[in-house]
Structure formats: C-alpha cells, structure tokens
Design a protein around this ligand. Structure first.
Ligand code: SF4
Length: 203
C-alpha cells in the first residue's frame, strides 16, 4: 500500500530500512521477527518484478536473521577465510544504506544549533550553525556542516580511510555513521566498525 502510494506520487527511489538498534531507546518488541523479515524481503522481491521502474534500496531488501541484526561484532573480530569472502563483505558494506545525517535530515537542538543526529551527544563539538540568527537554508548549505558530512581524507589522518580506494564511495557517497564512530571509537573520523578493512589494515 505504501509503495503504491509512493508510486502514484511519482517517487522513484524508495529506501526501506528495518527497525534497528539504537544506543538509547530501542525496544526489542519493535524488531521484525525472522518470519516477518523474510515476508518483507519476499514482498519487495515481487515488487521489484512488478514495478521495475522503481529503485528499491535499504536493508529491508535482504533477509537477515534477527540474531545477526543485533550482533555487535566488529569487523576486526571477524576472520575471513578467503580474499573472496572479504571482497564480498566489502561489497556488502559499501552497499549499506547511507547515513542521512546532514544529507537528507537536519537536527536542531533546543538551543537552536544544528546537530548531526538525534542520537548524538548534545555537545558543542557536534553542533554547527545557529538557527536563532540564520535561516535553515544557510545552516543546511554551510561549510561547517559540509565539513562533517563530506569529510576530506585528511580528516582521517593515520586511519586506513586516509588511503582507502573506496573512500569516495564510502565516506563521500554513503556517509559514515557519526553515531557508531563516536560511540565505538570516541572519534567521528574512523574506520567504521563494520568495515571489512578493519580485519586487515593497520588502523
Ligand atoms: S577503510 Fe574507511 S573509507 Fe574505506 S571502506 Fe572502510 S570505513 Fe570506508
């Protein structure tokens, strides 16, 4: 029904993401169980056949058992048994849903400052602009925000990302998850926890 409505409105790209873990307020009761997740992925497969003009994206496309969804295993704790396995893992990683922070969403804190993501700490180092004396468009188009959302390789100095051949696809096009990087590494500019390069590169 939702897809029919979006189709009738002329929407071409539909990004479907399953309910997922957050660091503060996720509830186990809201996760899809395995049967529901499988049904959803099967339905999307059928829609892709009947509506080939629509471009479906997002993690709801493929069935992943709930136990894996909730896994906090970092890629540097995984041993890949072959180069091919690691290559496939990298492909999957680079096909992830991108981070929307500062790209398709703008957070505004109670003090009027822009915030990267509603799940980030309300600290001045993650804030930008000032809606009390700027327009939303000015904040949205500011270099201050772009520095966060479209980081330069130099901001990853000393990390594998600095010399990564997938940097444009990963950090520029998809966007790194500020929340994960901050909570796992206390640093925004890091090799992401799920990046297969964590298993092999000096980081
Ligand atoms: S090393 Fe960094 S830029 Fe390269 S794929 Fe991993 S997280 Fe992305």
């Amino acid at each position: 029904m939702l897809v029919e409505m979006l189709d009738s409105l002329g929407v071409k790209d539909i990004n479907l993401s399953k309910y997922s873990q957050s660091f503060h307020r996720d509830s186990e009761t809201l996760y899809l169980n395995d049967q529901q997740a499988k049904e959803l992925s099967d339905r999307i497969s059928k829609l892709r056949q009947t509506k080939p003009h629509l471009n479906f994206k997002g993690d709801a496309l493929s069935f992943v058992p709930l136990a894996e969804v909730n896994s906090n295993t970092r890629a540097d704790q995984i041993t890949y048994t072959s180069e091919n396995e690691q290559r496939l893992a990298l492909h999957k990683f680079l096909s992830r849903s991108g981070c929307s922070a500062g790209r398709s969403s703008l957070g505004i804190g109670p003090n009027g400052k822009g915030i990267l993501c509603e799940q980030m700490e309300m600290s001045s180092r993650f804030q930008f602009g000032d809606l009390t004396n700027q327009t939303i468009l000015e904040v949205w188009n500011s270099d201050e925000l772009k520095k966060f959302t479209f980081p330069e390789k130099e901001q990853f100095k000393g990390k594998a990302c600095e010399h990564c051949s997938s940097f444009n696809q990963c950090a520029t096009n998809k966007g790194q998850c500020f929340r994960d990087n901050y909570f796992y590494f206390n640093n925004l500019y890091e090799v992401m926890k799920d990046c297969p390069h964590r298993a092999t590169l000096a980081i």
